[in-house]
Write a protein that binds this ligand. Structure first.
Ligand code: NDP
Length: 252
């Protein structure tokens, strides 16, 4: 399937408009998984399996792109490789580390994440294969270096914070505790802040419309979720630190 660049851009703008609508929807409705789980959302699936299945499309599609471009452009291979790096963790490591025994996720949430991952990764991959033209010295640009630093900083924060949250529970436990130390002293959701920094860095390195769309979708998902988590902590724990913000230290 070949589409013109203008048609492709048009589709992405529509896709970003949809993200805005989802953002406002998620400000009103908490996505019902994890601590916000609800029995009202129809059939459910084991939480670990759901994470694996819903993230797998992103990894598979981008690995395919990586294989397509590897001998053809080192720059594009690195960009697809960075994306795969994130999704290797999210797909085949994270689901096997979380301590969520017996927890389930609504199939509708898993299905919507599959859709989100497929469309976003398809748009990015399509750009890399059909439209991208980066010079060989692309990574020497200051913007590429800054974006790369932001990407890896965000990745490290995301991995560190997810790890810290996972280890708040002993194996077999399923309850919640107040997370402390590092960025948790400033915000409730450093894992989500890290992920937002990561994809902001990625959008800067890639400097293309689909990477921007991916960032917009990530923000549309994570900002409302971090605010919901923060409200939940404040409601559940009377001694929750009062100065702590949701996702941006001192601000939000
Ligand atoms: P959470 O922070 O809600 O949970 C992460 C893990 O830690 C879960 O296993 C959770 O258990 C556990 N946990 C969290 N807080 C506590 C606590 N206070 N005490 C004990 N255990 C806790 O993150 P999400 O599940 O929403 O997301 C996981 C990852 O996926 C994050 O890194 C996030 O950035 C990323 N993500 C990315 C999205 C995107 O659009 N790119 C969208 C959504 C998530 P339990 O499940 O039982 O609550």
């Amino acid at each position: 399937m070949n589409i013109s660049f203008s048609a492709y851009q048009f589709l992405i703008w529509i896709w970003m408009g949809l993200a805005l609508a989802v953002f406002f929807l998620l400000l009103r409705i908490n996505a019902p998984y994890g601590r916000h789980s609800s029995a009202k959302w129809g059939p459910t699936i084991d939480n670990h399996l759901a994470w694996l299945l819903m993230e797998l499309p992103a990894l598979v599609v981008m690995c395919f792109c990586f294989i397509r471009v590897i001998g053809y452009s080192t720059v594009i291979a690195v960009l697809t490789g960075l994306y795969c790096l994130h999704y290797i963790n999210r797909t085949v490591i994270f689901p096997f580390r979380i301590r969520t025994r017996g927890k389930r996720m609504p199939v509708v949430i898993m299905g919507s994440a599959v859709f989100f991952n497929l469309v976003n990764t398809f748009f990015l991959g399509y750009y890399f294969i059909h439209f991208a033209a980066y010079p060989d010295n692309y990574f020497q640009r200051p913007a590429s270096i800054a974006g790369g630093i932001l990407f890896f900083t965000g990745l490290c924060i995301n991995w560190w914070a997810d790890n810290r949250l996972i280890h708040l529970r002993m194996p077999g436990e399923t309850g919640y505790k107040i997370p402390t130390s590092g960025l948790f002293n400033f915000i409730s959701c450093p894992n989500m802040m890290g992920e937002l920094l990561e994809w902001t860095g990625y959008a800067i390195v890639c400097w293309n419309l689909p990477a921007l769309a991916f960032l917009v979708w990530t923000a549309a998902n994570l900002l409302p979720r971090a605010l919901a988590h923060h409200r939940w902590y404040q409601k559940e724990f009377r001694d929750y630190p009062s100065g702590r913000k949701a996702i941006i230290p001192y601000l939000l």
